[in-house]
Design a protein around this ligand. Structure first.
Ligand code: JJ1
Length: 427
């Protein structure tokens, strides 16, 4: 039963008799004079507010709300712990609107922030349509208020505010299923610090293994992973080339992706920021200054809520109360057809050859990525099964997690997408 979603322009669970057009909206754009001018009504115990992302104390309130009440795994063992620096990055790309960082506060005099929702405007390409849409994220309601049905109120209000800016479609993700995902993508995890993962309950020691054997299995040593020549941190000078590689890669290989329409946007999302976003480029050693590939990941710690066995909690000197997780963000490789490559086996076509070369390059790239993340002291490297991630998961010893990420559109009717057709990574 979905009392709220049944009223919304999203695909319903019950198949309808009326055939709807694909790659088109469910409902037409609403003229500005038909959009309510007043904020969505809320119970008198609460009031609307904007969260000012340039104000550190408001960002700290948001950090506290999310750290105590945002997304957990199914067994309530871990909870995302976005840092204020991270939130400053995630909520503040060029040309954002302060009205899209919406909070609810108590009116009892305490002024406590009890709920939040945010949206960004971005250029999205879906199949052959390119459209400005909203990306909705960080919907969070204080745990003690979960029965009050405030989520629909927050969703209605942010929809209204985007409509006022003539944006009528949105993309969003969730760990849970609601009507109706356009793609369901599993999480995969690559242990970097297996001992800590086991002691914190993140992973289990297989029956046929000792901890020593497990540590060996996941060992990453530079001798076994020769560093790609020319691999280095991305700098501001690389922005135009990275943008080109990324757009080309996403366009060639996926069907739902952001269009990085300016250098400013690309710089915002990919230029390294301490303890937030890590981006590395490969500079062609024979052509100084020329970038051929890049990859990036972000730091999203999780609070360890329950430990598997309390006696393990104080083992060693490492801090077991927070998991340092890296999440794969964007990557890109030149996808130009292989030139000057001799095909020895005539049974394999150029297309297959390119796929093979791409796979090998991507594995080498991601191997280096894991090594860097390990050296930067991350405990685990995570990704969602989207883009070309299927090509390296097995070789690089990722294992399937118990969670998945569901992708959704608001007011946009599309046929479902295969995992590798999804090219949008949300934070
Ligand atoms: O992190 C997740 N699962 C972990 C921890 C599970 C703890 C018990 N429930 C997991 N660990 C196993 C790793 C193992 C390593 C060796 C190889 C085999 C695997 O599976 C899961 C993802 O898998 N995380 C969540 O469920 C968190 C919620 C995800 C949805 C996020 C929605 C964001 C919405 C806003 O955009």
């Amino acid at each position: 039963e979905h009392k709220f979603w049944d009223t919304q322009p999203v695909p319903s669970v019950k198949p309808t008799s009326k055939a709807k057009k694909f790659d088109a909206p469910f409902i037409p754009d609403i003229p500005v004079d038909k959009i309510p001018k007043e904020q969505t009504p809320i119970p008198p115990e609460y009031k609307w507010c904007n969260i000012d992302i340039s104000n550190p104390s408001e960002m700290h309130e948001l950090y506290n709300l999310l750290s105590n009440h945002y997304v957990e795994d199914a067994d309530e063992m871990f909870r995302f712990r976005y840092s204020t620096d991270f939130l400053n990055w995630a909520l503040n790309p060029p040309n954002q609107n302060p009205d899209w960082h919406i909070g609810l506060r108590k009116t009892d005099g305490s002024n406590v922030l009890v709920a939040f929702i945010s949206g960004l405007e971005l250029q999205l390409k879906i199949n052959s349509v390119s459209k400005r849409m909203a990306e909705i994220n960080f919907l969070c309601i204080n745990k003690s208020l979960r029965k009050l049905r405030l989520a629909p109120v927050l969703i209605r209000e942010i929809t209204r505010r985007f409509n006022l800016s003539k944006i009528y479609q949105a993309i969003y993700t969730a760990g849970i299923q609601i009507p109706t995902p356009i793609s369901v993508c599993r999480y995969f995890h690559r242990p970097l610090n297996p001992k800590k993962l086991i002691n914190s309950g993140f992973s289990r020691l297989p029956h046929d293994m000792t901890l020593a054997k497990l540590v060996m299995k996941y060992r990453l040593s530079p001798e076994h992973t020769p560093q790609i020549r020319g691999l280095r941190l991305m700098t501001e000078k690389d922005v135009p080339q990275v943008r080109k590689i990324l757009n080309k890669y996403l366009n060639a290989r996926t069907k739902v992706h952001q269009v990085f329409d300016t250098d400013a946007i690309t710089k915002h999302w990919l230029l390294p920021r301490k303890d937030v976003i890590f981006t590395y480029v490969v500079e062609d050693v024979t052509k100084p200054g020329k970038i051929t590939d890049f990859f990036s990941y972000y730091l999203l710690p999780s609070t360890v809520l329950k430990k598997k066995d309390p006696s393990n909690a104080k083992s060693g000197k490492s801090d077991y109360s927070i998991l340092h997780s890296a999440y794969l963000f964007y990557y890109g490789l030149n996808t130009e057809p292989a030139s000057g490559v001799e095909i020895e086996d005539s049974s394999i076509s150029y297309k297959e050859l390119n796929e093979k070369l791409l796979k090998e390059r991507l594995i080498a790239l991601m191997k280096n990525c894991l090594l860097i993340a390990k050296n930067e002291n991350f405990d685990v490297f995570n990704c969602v099964l989207i883009q070309d991630n299927a090509t390296f998961l097995e070789d690089l010893k990722f294992g399937q997690g118990d969670g998945s990420l569901n992708y959704y559109f608001y007011n946009w009717n599309v046929r479902p997408f295969k995992n590798n057709e999804i090219g949008l990574t949300m934070l």
